[in-house]
Design a protein around this ligand. Structure first.
Ligand SMILES: *Cc1c(COP(=O)(O)O)cnc(C)c1O
Length: 488
């Protein structure tokens, strides 16, 4: 498989690259992204053949269809990372919570959020590629809480890769902060900054664009790369669980092969939803992908009105912080797929210059063939958490945003896969509050929910509170570059 660019080619970069090139240098011409030139097809024969397949075997079969330039031994070793999931025989369990609603739990990996699904195997593959090419990479991550821990976890002690991870001091949960600052691997540096997530993200973008910073890195033979979901190396792993969850429904006799389902995806940067869209395009029987947001509802406006307008919005902090996003990067890949490179470049240029764009009514109709969208307030989310806790199912605040979409957006009574993107233990004070008890700190909230509702706290979370703090650095924005260079 080869890759094209969403905004066309500027003559300075190759117009077509391989999978490994797209992974190592993920930014394309004019600030665009790489997209697969042609998606493979998943016919019924393929789907039927894999109804009983192990998750890793399904991955292998799908990668074969994608025909990427990664050695088979490296891919297989990368997939072995799923063996560390709670149940290696079923890393993505599907939970029936209503007659038509099935929750696909994507968080049974080491950091208890869905970022592990892609970052675990991806980290192994990137490090292997770097090692084979004799190159050294610095991966920089700015995090509001889930990407940081997952990036640190996948690259810890990896060869030829160093990680610098920026987080807003005071802007994450206790669990999320501890997951980062207790990370002891010597190839990783965690830096707290005085400011919010936007400040961390802006600082990171400035460094990525800085020639003098790159020169200084080159002096120590280090290149920059990115592990966020603009990297197609992550997206490919996010197609697979959509296929797997569908096949689980067939296997259990809940649907017949070929029967359409709805997918409900709690969305921020749109990587998860894009994986579902590609799966649908490849032939997975999906009626529509329903996009759930919190009050940062720019995706709802896009999908219901064709409008993407940053000028009338400012970021609002919610209890589902991983979805507190206004610039949703992977929307661009959908625009490209639907409307081509010229139109995508025009729309993205307009967004950069004026802060907004508007799709035509024909374009909106085309978008709505595959998507619908709605959003929930924090209060609505807490009501959902309480309602399902009474029925014996505890969920996190991101997952909770999905239920309004499930209840209001389905036009047909089809079976529905709801994606759960984090374990409740990562956001326990909010869950605790929704269940009628106020706890200031994560530790109290974890204990209370666990005892009242008889749900376990996994060892990887409980142990965090005993581990020594390794990273004490908290600096002003201006000092970040200096800290990273010291570390390199
Ligand atoms: C990252 C994240 C999301 C958003 O996923 P996207 O692929 O960026 O849309 C939702 N929930 C949780 C818990 C996350 O960590």
């Amino acid at each position: 498989m080869t890759f094209n660019e969403t905004r066309g080619n500027d003559g300075t970069k190759p117009a077509e690259v391989t999978f490994s090139q797209a992974i190592l240098s993920p930014s394309a011409s004019f600030g665009g992204l790489y997209v697969p030139k042609k998606l493979p097809e998943l016919d019924f024969e393929f789907l039927k053949a894999h109804c009983e397949s192990h998750y890793k075997d399904l991955c292998k079969a799908l990668f074969e269809k994608f025909d990427v330039d990664i050695d088979q031994t490296d891919l297989y070793a990368a997939l072995d990372r799923y063996d560390a999931y709670d149940d290696p025989n079923d890393p993505v369990p599907l939970n029936k919570v209503e007659e038509d609603a099935f929750v696909s739990e994507l968080w049974h990996g080491p950091t208890r959020a869905f970022k592990d699904m892609a970052l675990q195997p991806f980290g192994y593959i990137l490090s292997k590629l770097a090692e084979k090419r004799g190159e050294n990479y610095l991966i920089m991550a700015a995090t509001s809480g889930d990407t940081g821990p997952a990036t640190l976890e996948t690259f810890k002690n990896a060869s030829n890769v160093k990680v610098a991870c920026l987080y807003p001091d005071g802007g994450t949960s206790d669990v999320q902060r501890l997951q980062m600052v207790t990370e002891a691997a010597t190839n990783e540096k965690v830096i707290g900054i005085h400011g919010n997530f936007d400040d961390a993200q802006t600082a990171l973008k400035n460094l990525l664009a800085s020639d003098s910073f790159k020169e200084k890195l080159q002096a120590s033979q280090t290149q920059l790369s990115a592990a966020n979901s603009v990297n197609f190396g992550r997206i490919i792993f996010q197609i697979i669980y959509h296929v797997y969850s569908y096949l689980q429904l067939v296997k259990r006799g809940e649907i017949d092969m070929g029967e359409a389902v709805y997918l409900v995806v709690p969305s921020g940067n749109f990587g998860n939803a894009l994986g579902g869209y590609y799966a649908k395009k490849m032939g997975l029987p999906v009626e529509k992908i329903l996009i759930a947001s919190n009050v940062n509802n720019i995706l709802t406006d896009l999908i219901t009105k064709g409008e993407y307008d940053l000028t009338t919005k400012s970021l609002i902090q919610t209890t589902s912080p991983a979805m507190d996003i206004l610039k949703s990067s992977n929307v661009e890949r959908i625009l490209f797929d639907k409307f081509g490179a010229d139109r995508t470049k025009a729309l993205m240029d307009e967004l950069n210059q004026t802060g907004k764009y508007q799709l035509s009514s024909e374009e909106l109709e085309i978008l709505r063939e595959d998507f619908d969208a709605t959003f929930s307030s924090d209060e609505e989310g807490k009501e959902v958490i309480a309602e399902y806790a009474k029925k014996g199912y505890i969920m996190d605040p991101h997952t909770a945003t999905c239920f309004k979409a499930y209840k209001n957006l389905r036009k047909k009574s089809l079976k529905t896969i709801i994606y759960s993107t984090a374990e409740w233990t990562k956001f326990s004070p909010t869950v605790c509050e929704a269940l009628g008890h106020k706890a200031e700190r994560d530790l109290d909230a974890l204990q209370w929910v666990s005892e009242q509702f008889n749900v376990p706290v996994p060892a990887v979370i409980a142990e965090l509170f005993e581990k020594p703090i390794v990273h004490q650095t908290v600096v002003d924005k201006e000092k970040i570059e200096e800290e990273i260079l010291k570390f390199i």
